[in-house]
Design a protein around this ligand. Structure first.
Ligand code: SAM
Length: 264
């Protein structure tokens, strides 16, 4: 394990740039994750971190020590706590972070006979990560992200995803409208218009392509036109809409309720 103490060290400069700048992440084709849970999820998914950085305090935790021990010593650097805080992408650094190559697009094509989520221009990193986490928790295995979503491998999205990134096939550069024409099931666009049907009146026992929309403008007009139905979660209270990730949790777990009666 190397010991690094200077802010001028090239490793420190590189990790800080990756933590702070979407442009630098794209340029270097790498990203940063912070936290023992995320690092374990990445390692279990077969990712080989390019660098692992651990703080003095982090090394005092058994969980972090054993994770670090499972990485090649040549890829691990120990830094003082203040230097770790300087390069971590999060406000409350955990004591361990890793640099990963930005994973490439899944090699397997989308399975159009299985449920999936389409996330349309979801810009908030916390919402995007939470949506992926919710989809993975509901047992889905594939997600499509339209142009205009936050950078899916950004540190804040990884953090909110809590490892879901490594359990989903995430397709980023597909034309969602044309691919959904071949979907072998219902295409349900969540929306708030007067023609939307109540979620609780729908039969969700077959495959569903769920469309969730941008925080401000909702699902795009183009995607709305190809949906087999628009779906609303009835809201008896006096608010305009739900947060998109809250809406997704309600829809996806209504599908779980309908398809897994043995869980009741
Ligand atoms: N003005 C936007 C609209 O009319 O769609 C509101 C967008 S809302 C904040 C963001 C996303 O959350 C929506 O695109 C939809 O996916 C989901 N959503 C929020 N509240 C919902 C509800 N009550 N029923 C269904 N979906 C909802």
């Amino acid at each position: 394990m190397k010991v690094v103490v200077s802010r001028d060290n090239p490793l420190i400069k590189r990790v800080r740039a990756l933590s702070q700048s979407a442009r630098d992440r794209r340029k270097m084709d790498q990203t940063v994750l912070d936290g023992a849970h995320l690092l374990r999820a990445a390692l279990e998914a077969g990712q080989a971190p390019v660098e692992v950085v651990v703080s003095d305090q982090g090394l005092e935790r058994e969980e972090i020590r054993s994770l670090v021990a499972s990485c090649p010593a040549s890829s691990v650097s120990q830094v003082p706590d203040a230097l770790f805080a300087h390069i971590s992408p999060v406000d409350s650094p955990s004591g361990v972070l890793a640099v990963l190559r930005m994973p490439t697009e899944p090699v397997t094509p989308l399975d159009m006979s299985r449920s999936l989520v389409v996330l349309d221009r979801v810009q908030d990193p916390g919402n995007l990560g939470t949506l992926l986490r919710t989809a993975a928790a509901a047992g889905l295995t594939q997600a499509v992200l339209t142009q205009g979503c936050a950078q899916v491998w950004a540190p804040k999205v990884l953090r909110a995803g809590m490892g879901a990134h490594f359990n989903l096939a995430i397709h980023e550069r597909l034309d969602a409208a044309s691919l959904l024409r071949d979907f072998d099931g219902q295409v349900l666009a969540t929306a708030l218009g007067p023609t939307a049907k109540s979620l609780y009146l729908l039969d969700l026992s077959g495959p569903v392509a769920w469309l969730f929309g941008a925080e401000g403008s909702g699902v795009s007009a183009e995607l709305l036109t190809i949906a087999s139905d628009q779906v609303i979660i009835p809201m008896p209270g006096r608010v305009e809409s739900l947060n998109v990730s809250a809406a997704a949790a309600i829809c996806l777990f209504e599908q779980v309720r309908q398809t897994r009666p043995s869980d009741r």
